[in-house]
Write a protein that binds this ligand. Structure first.
Ligand SMILES: *Cc1c(COP(=O)(O)O)cnc(C)c1O
Length: 396
């Protein structure tokens, strides 16, 4: 594979700009930033409606589903989580939730706040929850299994094997947070049998933060139609949102003022993804993950996730007391304009989290990171840089 120099990097040469290699936001391609600056349109302007339709179609392609109820919420990833809780949980519903990190914990919290009776199935931070344990918990009677596909606090990928079949058998829904994985780590919603999925634009999609791609299966829509009480959230009421997103007998109904510029940017990011092709994009993220993993290993840093349990889009590196994690993170940003993330929960102050997302998953940003990081921790970067080159130029 040829070594490509992304335009992210020359963009960064402009004073004060940042190289975003944390857990999100990721670097935004120039074409996407330019799209953001297109003239704002009204939320019912036919030209804007055409953009919505195009975005919905491209999101179906990205999620891997023909679900009619596919849209982008005007909200960040956490808004997608709120929308799941608002629409698919009623007080007293039993929900099996996998918790092995910060975002699984947040999901369980969100489901509980709307009255869900949440059955937390936990694993240590850094491990995935065995799917059999979720299936066993479901067998006692539950309305859904919810989990985070890419746990961004640990860099672990939650296997979904067998979950969809078990959910169908028990008339339960399968709900998946794919905020960190979508567009970087292989995932196809319908192949995995997922009923409700949400993501965010600023991770592997490579657009600015502010929209949450969201998709709902027909099974899940049928569940929604059987709700005993109205959805308590006005803003996230899916039926009302779909009256705006889907052209019904009374046309499209105003619901909220869509942030049209964010949609222009998302559309462009999706066009770029289609130009690259999804399989090749996944392959590039995988290569970037392995390249950076080997380079960081040469600097004495090891990934937390066990082999085969990693999410491609993130490297979480636990640290010992010999490094002041926060001081290095701060110095990287100050000296090199490079952002990486620190640890959460039990890893606060004891971890770096480095994104392998979108345009960050390319050789040039990784070279800059390895060089700058080696300088901050006073190590020779040569071996690490050689490892990067080797991986990026290998033709497997
Ligand atoms: C980033 C993230 C979120 C939250 O998204 P925001 O856009 O920050 O609200 C939720 N889930 C996962 C897995 C994430 O990585």
């Amino acid at each position: 594979m040829a070594v490509e120099v992304s335009d992210v990097v020359d963009e960064r040469a402009a004073a004060g700009s940042r190289l975003l290699l944390g857990a999100g936001p990721s670097p935004i391609p120039r074409r996407v930033m330019e799209a953001l600056a297109e003239p704002t349109l009204g939320h019912l302007d036919p030209d804007f409606v055409a953009v919505m339709e195009e975005v919905a179609n491209r999101l179906r392609w990205l999620f891997g589903t023909p679900n009619k109820a596919t849209l982008a919420l005007a909200a960040t990833g956490s808004g997608g989580m709120e929308a799941v809780a608002a629409n698919f949980v009623e007080p007293g519903d039993r929900l099996v939730c996998a918790v092995s990190g910060h975002f699984g914990d947040r999901l369980a919290d969100a489901l509980g706040r709307v009255g869900g009776d949440v059955i937390r199935v936990e694993a240590d931070w850094g491990r995935a929850v065995a799917p059999e344990r979720l299936i066993d918990a479901l067998a006692d009677g539950a309305d859904a299994i919810a989990c985070v596909h890419g746990e961004t606090s640990t860099g672990v990928c939650q296997p979904l094997d067998g979950l969809a079949d078990a959910c169908r058998e028990h008339d339960a829904l399968l709900i998946v947070d794919c905020v960190t994985s979508l567009g970087g780590h292989p995932l196809s919603i319908d192949d995995a049998g997922v009923d409700v999925a949400y993501s965010a634009t600023q991770k592997c999609i490579g657009a600015p933060p502010g929209l949450s791609p969201f998709t709902v299966s027909d099974r899940a829509r049928a569940r929604l139609a059987r709700r005993r009480r109205p959805v308590a959230s006005w803003y996230f009421d899916l039926a009302m949102l779909l009256d705006y997103w889907i052209d019904g007998s009374s046309g499209r109904l105003y619901h909220h003022t869509a942030p049209s510029n964010l949609f222009f940017a998302l559309r462009e990011a999706l066009v770029l993804m289609a130009e690259e092709r999804l399989a090749r994009r996944w392959e590039r993220h995988r290569r970037a993950h392995e390249a950076l993993r080997e380079a960081l290993r040469a600097l004495g840093l090891e990934r937390l996730a066990a082999d085969g349990e990693e999410v491609v889009s993130l490297l979480a590196l636990p640290l010992d007391d010999r490094v002041d994690a926060t001081a290095v993170q701060t110095a990287l940003l100050r000296d090199a304009g490079i952002e990486i993330s620190g640890g959460l929960g039990p890893f606060a102050g004891r971890m770096w989290r480095i994104g392998v997302m979108g345009d960050g998953a390319r050789p040039e940003p990784q070279r800059l990171l390895v060089q700058a990081l080696a300088r901050e921790i006073r190590q020779d970067p040569c071996e690490a840089l050689a490892a990067l080159e080797r991986r990026w130029s290998a033709d497997d």
